[in-house]
Design a protein around this ligand. Structure first.
Ligand code: NAI
Length: 342
């Protein structure tokens, strides 16, 4: 039987929007990308040509009026997310929105109401690590009780220094390292530990190489130590400029054993033997590291629409992760260890 294809529209053709556009156009059997939207007309034209996308829009609201579109993928800058969720859902579209859900907690709460007002529509958020093969196996083992009670989750996330100019350009509207990068680690820890709430946190870091980050009260490298309500400890580190390339590591230490998703620093089995010894190259960028997960999260979203199954990632996950990220940011800015709630 031929599978139904969900007709998608997408907004935001930047670094990740391009990836999602490519994946929806070429790699997801249950999706058809019929329209794209961006204010940048050149990006619109070239992307539409490259992937043979029939409709282009410079106005998101106009795109959402298109009756052919069933679902919308929002990959615009984070501060526009919830406004665009509202426009899309009020126009009757299913919505997949990128992380973070927005850059303010008020907006996230507003989003909870918007989603609740549209129970007939499918909604999810782009926490793609949950779709990565290694993370999925780790989650199964944790749920199976293989490592006992979780003591600590350690999660590192570093971008390749080669792309620092792009990262600096993106910085001012990213919401800062804690909201932009650590949000993935926070979601990972909550997911592994079964939705636990944070009790207290200490965010630290600084500008070790790129002073630009000071302009928006941020650091180029930051970390945070979090203790959760059930005593689980979380340690996360986010760096914008790793000399060796993109690297993501997660370790889960339990009472009966440890899981480590670390030895995945490369996308090939290539080893270079030279006067420097034996070298395996890191992932060039995060797009390469999460390539399959980006495809699988959107394929799963389309499947949820087709089958009526509820996506695992909820709007509440968007709010809870942002609340923790924000508190870590406040801790970093005030140089104080903070309780989650005063
Ligand atoms: P970007 O800055 O590279 O691209 C944003 C695009 O949106 C640009 O093409 C810009 O012209 C367009 N745009 C801005 N305002 C618009 C509007 N009002 N209407 C239509 N188009 C508009 O940003 P990037 O890196 O692609 O990030 C986009 C979103 O994706 C952010 O929320 C970010 O947090 C998220 N993201 C998620 C990642 C993940 O691993 N899940 C990785 C990278 C980004």
């Amino acid at each position: 039987m031929k599978r139904r294809k969900i007709k998608f529209g997408l907004v935001g053709l930047g670094r990740l929007g391009y990836e999602h556009t490519k994946n929806l156009s070429e790699s997801i059997a249950s999706a058809e990308l019929v329209a794209i939207c961006d204010m940048n007309e050149e990006a619109l034209r070239t992307t539409a040509e490259e992937f043979d996308i029939p409709k282009t829009y410079t106005d998101f609201e106009e795109m959402c009026k298109d009756p052919e579109i069933e679902a919308v993928v929002i990959v615009s800058p984070s501060m526009f997310h919830v406004n665009q969720v509202k426009i899309a859902m009020d126009a009757g579209k299913h919505v997949f929105v990128e992380k973070p859900l927005d850059t303010s907690i008020e907006k996230c709460k507003e989003c909870e109401e918007i989603v609740a007002a549209h129970p007939e529509l499918t909604f999810s958020i782009g926490f793609m690590r949950r779709f990565d093969k290694s993370y999925k196996i780790a989650k199964q083992k944790i749920d199976n009780g293989d490592i006992g009670r979780i003591i600590l989750v350690r999660s590192y996330c570093q971008d390749n220094k080669k792309f620092i100019d792009m990262a600096i350009k993106f910085g001012p509207h990213s919401g800062g390292q804690f909201l932009d990068m650590c949000i993935h680690d926070i979601d990972t820890i909550r997911w592994f530990a079964g939705g636990v709430e944070a009790r207290e946190m200490w965010g630290i870091g600084g500008c070790y190489e790129y002073e630009e980050y000071k302009n928006w009260n941020d650091g180029d490298n930051v970390s945070a130590l979090i203790q959760f309500e059930d005593d689980t400890m979380g340690f996360m580190f986010a760096g914008r400029a790793a000399a060796h390339g993109a690297n993501i590591e997660t370790e889960i230490i339990g009472t009966k054993g440890t899981l480590r998703i670390a030895a995945v620093g490369t996308d090939s089995l290539l080893e270079v033997l030279s006067e420097n010894g034996v070298c395996r190259e890191c992932y060039p960028d995060w797009q390469a590291r999460w390539h399959d997960a980006y495809i699988d999260e959107l394929a799963d979203f389309a499947d949820c629409i087709i089958t009526g199954r509820k996506p695992e990632v909820t709007v509440q996950d968007g709010t809870k992760t942002l609340e923790i990220a924000y508190r870590c940011k406040e801790s970093f800015e005030s140089k104080k260890m903070l309780k989650m709630r005063d």
